[in-house]
Structure formats: structure tokens, C-alpha cells
Design a protein around this ligand. Structure first.
Ligand code: FES
Length: 105
């Protein structure tokens, strides 16, 4: 198991035990994280799974590909550290990951 901490828009924190091999979005949905809606089910076609990756995790999480970058244009509160959580696969290397939910999530 890998632990991910979600920071909510009101600055609360929610620690989730994530299953490796599933996406961050799938793990968030299983844990009922509010603000991760995932309308498209992980097809990179809705941007309702938007998160901000903590600065010190950006290198390990990696950059969005072109398709994800284009879909992020439809999200709100997009920042340089924005990612779609359905495009992040959880692995042991991401144990301790911290992400924030955008304003309005
Ligand atoms: Fe739709 Fe991530 S779940 S883009």
C-alpha cells in the first residue's frame, strides 16, 4: 500500500491508502475523496479529476503528455503543477505523495 495525502480547498487533509497499479483518480474515488468526480471514468476526456501536485513531488510524478495537457485547458484553477489524476499510476515510488484539490473542487 502507498499513502497519498489530499489537501482539500479548505486546507484540510485526507490520507488515503492507495493501491499500486491503479490510478490516483481510481484510488481517490474508492476513498470517496470529494472533488474527484471523474466523469469520463479515466479516459482523459473530462478534466474532472484535476489535482495540483505538491512541488517536491513534481519530478517523481512526471509531466502530462500532450493529450492530458490539452484536456487541462478545460479545467479551472490550472497551474504549472496541474495534473489529471486519472493519468497518474500509483506505484511504491509515490508513497507519501501530496496533492491538492483545486479551488471549487
Ligand atoms: Fe476524466 Fe480524468 S477522469 S479526465
Amino acid at each position: 500500500m502507498t499513502t497519498v495525502t489530499f489537501i482539500t480547498p479548505d486546507r484540510g487533509t485526507l490520507a488515503v491508502e492507495a493501491s499500486d497499479g491503479l490510478s490516483l483518480m481510481e484510488n481517490a474515488r474508492r476513498a470517496n475523496v470529494r472533488g474527484i468526480i471523474a466523469e469520463c471514468g479515466g479516459a482523459c476526456a473530462c478534466a474532472t479529476c484535476h489535482v495540483h501536485v505538491a512541488e517536491d513531488w513534481l519530478v517523481r510524478v512526471g509531466l502530462p503528455n500532450d493529450m492530458e495537457r490539452e484536456m487541462l485547458d478545460f479545467a479551472e484553477d490550472v497551474r504549472p503543477n496541474s495534473r489529471l489524476s486519472c493519468q497518474i499510476t500509483m506505484t511504491a515510488a509515490l508513497d507519501g505523495l501530496v496533492v491538492s484539490l483545486p479551488a471549487g473542487a
